[in-house]
Ligand binder design. Structure first.
Ligand SMILES: Nc1ncnc2c1ncn2[C@@H]1O[C@H](COP(=O)(O)OP(=O)(O)OP(=O)(O)O)[C@@H](O)[C@H]1O
Ligand SMILES: [Mg+2]
Length: 421
């Protein structure tokens, strides 16, 4: 589970830290930086796919010109705060932390790794800049050198390994014949955790498209919805649970699902209502499809460990939103699924359980400051009281939370913390 994300000079964050729980809601006005946080998580996920930095930031095409990965919004020119050239990201996990500093390149130069470090419970596992390491004499920007610890009690400097600087060391070191087994195992374990991240940005058209049985992973836009639902419904118990959630979350009195194949073998999901009326994914409402897709993501046969949901309340009636939040909280409570969800609506905070509310963060920009900040909602004293009183009208009034931050924490944000410090 990702417990913390630290950003330095990334997009509109100069220095910011985001604390995460199993379910973390991010609220903030337009252009506050919520999707920039998504970009940061996508960057980290892109690393785990074994891509070069140029591919992570730009795009990755496979044979036949098929787009496998769409890069980060704004490319290299807009990735760094205030048109600078380097940024740093650090993630804290249960038993490890990983940080990387990147020079995005300018004047036609490719992006490259400046510094990188993987740390475990006993100290660094590999580190480009360990303490006491003499600086590299023959500095060549095409390479990045990392040290392995020598092991033993005093953890002296061990082997120095050389890697190409155009790709994170994390995914190169697992192929290295010179790294110890323990180092490779630690890198592989982090890579596999980061690979299991999904970024849902649901699009009704994609959810309506028929899909082949066996396509059991929900695409980022909700592609394969019909076949994922079919896989879920193969288990009677889970099927009953899905039907119950659909009944609760939509006005439809669904009693069953049917999966009808077309001429090409692709199937389309139909919801059967108590009177026998059947509604296909083609004509189901956008909101219903969103529910189905979120349910498919959470209850599907191959759930990811980490989901980023954009604009949770989008297309969902407020009376149903509480139920959706309940489903998410229930699914995330025991793990292993972790969810980060963005919302424009401070009203949503009032619908969260006290636990989920404690993990919610506000992404904000203070007037007169170019950078954005992140703070936990519960750090805003007045907000806690307002939420406890369920004073929705007050929370809902525009900019209330941001104003509360402005008045209570005049000098935020400031979380300096250079990599290697
Ligand atoms: N490199 C950068 N330096 C400074 N600011 C940047 C940079 N890149 C993006 N931004 C700022 O980030 C803003 C966009 O942030 P983001 O897309 O995360 O907003 P959001 O909170 O998701 O908003 P919405 O709710 O509208 O989707 C831009 O308006 C811009 O001001
Ligand atoms: Mg956004």
């Amino acid at each position: 589970m990702i417990k913390k994300l630290c950003l330095t000079n990334f997009k509109n964050f100069k220095h910011a830290e985001l604390e995460l729980a199993r379910f973390s809601v991010l609220v903030g006005t337009n252009a506050s930086g919520k999707s920039n946080l998504r970009d940061a998580f996508r960057f980290i996920h892109g690393i785990s796919r074994g891509y070069t930095l140029a591919e992570i930031i730009g795009a990755k095409y496979i044979e036949g010109g098929v787009l496998q990965w769409s890069g980060l919004r704004g490319g290299t020119r807009e990735l760094v705060f205030d048109s600078g050239s380097t940024f740093e990201l650090k993630i804290g996990l249960a038993a490890a932390s990983y940080e990387i500093a990147v020079d995005v390149g300018s004047n036609g130069k490719p992006p490259r790794v400046l510094q990188e470090r993987l740390t475990g419970p006993g100290g660094y596992i590999f580190d480009s800049h360990p303490p006491d390491d003499p600086p590299d004499q023959e500095h060549n920007p095409r390479y990045v050198f990392v040290r392995l610890p020598r092991g033993g009690q005093n953890r002296k400097l061990g082997k120095r390994l050389r890697f190409a600087s155009n790709q994170p060391v994390l995914t190169q070191i697992v192929e290295s014949g010179d790294a110890a087994k323990g180092v490779i195992a630690a890198a592989k374990s982090l890579i596999s955790e980061l690979q299991s991240m999904r970024f849902l940005d649901l699009a009704p058209d994609a959810m309506r498209r028929p899909s082949l049985p066996g396509q059991n992973i929900l695409g980022d836009q909700g592609d394969n919805l019909s076949s994922v639902l079919q896989a879920i419904c193969a288990d009677d118990h889970t099927k009953a649970a899905v039907i119950n959630w659909i009944k609760d979350l939509t006005p439809l009195d669904v009693t069953d699902f049917e999966f009808v194949p077309d001429q090409t073998g692709k199937i389309l999901a139909f919801m059967v209502e108590s009177g026998g009326r059947k509604t296909s994914a083609y004509s189901a409402s956008d909101g219903t499809l969103r529910f189905l897709a979120m349910i498919a993501a959470l209850l599907g046969p191959e759930p990811a460990q980490f989901y980023f949901f954009e604009e949770l309340e989008n297309g969902i009636h407020p009376t149903r939103l509480a139920l959706l939040l309940q489903l998410i909280e229930q699914k995330t409570a025991k793990g292993p699924i972790q969810i980060v969800a963005t919302s424009h609506s401070p009203q949503l905070l009032a619908l969260l359980s006290p636990d989920a509310r404690n993990s919610a963060s506000l992404v904000y920009r203070l007037e007169g400051r170019p950078d954005a900040g992140i703070c936990q909602i519960t750090e805003i004293p007045e907000a806690k009281r307002v939420l406890e009183d369920n004073d929705l009208a007050r929370l809902h009034s525009s900019g209330w939370l941001e104003n509360a931050v402005e008045f209570t924490r005049p000098d935020v944000p400031s979380h300096p913390g250079e990599i290697g410090a």
